[in-house]
Design a protein around this ligand. Structure first.
Ligand code: EAX
Length: 328
């Protein structure tokens, strides 16, 4: 009894003398994304890096690697996260279904009414469950940041409804639901890694692509011959902020909690940065000679893409789809 008491007293003294485990933990981590420093992904990344270094009094330093510096595309960089070669990544859900299939439930066209509906779901229990599902793939998904509502752009025709878009050869993410939806809509979609899109547009291998305003803007797609920007808002694109489970598990509990809290805090900040900048960016895109089409018949796309919902919805818990759709 005396011996046990002496041992625990010694342990407490050691902790008091050395300080909580986190006090000893030091690391330099690598945070990557496919997009450049002026894109909201990296604006969020810079904020996260600054807050973590400040809140750990310099023990943890995060270096930023934008524009696919650490991999050809989001699929390769996500594999880098699994292997622990990359510590942190802001990515679209494009290739993530191959790592955690449940995440694709968010990729159904016209699933979300607006950004408030998005926040309700992603910051709620369903969002947390979808993030936790990544653990099976050796990935610690911290929180949801934002890519945004996606819009159709092309070099050939002013698209105001689904009929105008018929036959357009467009690039989609490597996402089976997106691919199916555009086929249903009568277009000619081809999946392609992000790093290949600009050249494929420039060389007219494809007529168009679909992405949020900030991606089109920071990629300067007007220089790749994109002339028409139709505000289809056909699908919402979340950006999970993910971490190598190896790196996460190696951190003391206090730092793990700090990373989770700070990632949610920055997630809200990053979404606001993305949303607040859209209008001004759209004006600049128009000033670059791109025809921006606001009056798009979105119902025509929703109706045309309906069969994809029928074809894929059985792959996801019916209750989850209903909970997402009915969230208010
Ligand atoms: O994550 O691949 C895509 O179209 C994504 O939106 C882009 O990589 C940003």
């Amino acid at each position: 009894m005396k011996r046990a008491l002496a041992l625990s007293l010694a342990a407490v003294l050691v902790v008091l003398w050395i300080g909580p485990a986190s006090a000893q933990y030091k690391a330099t981590m690598r945070l990557a994304s496919a997009l450049p420093m002026d894109h909201p992904y990296m604006v969020g990344a810079q904020k996260f890096a600054d807050l973590i270094t400040e809140r750990t009094k310099g023990r943890i330093v995060i270096k930023l690697y934008p524009s696919n510096q650490l991999g050809k595309g989001e699929r390769e960089m996500t594999e880098g996260i699994q292997q622990g070669a990359i510590d942190l990544l802001v990515t679209s859900t494009g290739p993530l279904g191959g790592f955690s299939p449940s995440i694709n439930i968010l990729d159904f066209p016209f699933l979300f009414r607006n950004v408030n509906h998005v926040d309700l779901v992603l910051d709620g229990p369903i969002g947390r469950k979808l993030l936790d599902d990544f653990e099976k793939a050796q990935i610690k998904a911290l929180s949801f940041w934002e890519n945004g509502f996606r819009h159709l752009t092309n070099s050939k025709v002013a698209v105001r409804n689904v009929v105008d878009a018929k036959g357009l050869k467009i690039r989609t993410m490597e996402n089976k639901i997106h691919l199916s939806a555009w086929k249903d809509a009568g277009l000619n979609p081809t999946p392609m890694a992000w790093g290949e899109v600009f050249t494929a547009l420039q060389q007219r291998v494809i007529d168009g692509q679909e992405n949020p305003i900030a991606v089109f803007y920071s990629s300067k797609f007007w220089d790749a011959g994109q002339k028409y920007f139709s505000l289809t808002s056909h699908v919402y694109s979340p950006a999970p902020f993910i971490m190598s489970k190896k790196t996460f598990d190696a951190m003391p509990k206090e730092d793990q909690a700090l990373f989770l809290e700070t990632s949610y805090e920055v997630g809200k900040f990053q979404r606001k940065v993305n949303r607040d900048a859209e209008e001004a960016k759209l004006k600049e895109i128009a000033a670059k000679g791109v025809t921006v089409i606001q009056d798009v018949d979105r119902e025509s796309f929703k109706k045309a893409m309906g069969p994809t919902y029928e074809a894929f919805s059985s792959q996801f818990p019916k209750a989850d789809i209903e909970t997402i759709m009915n969230a208010k």
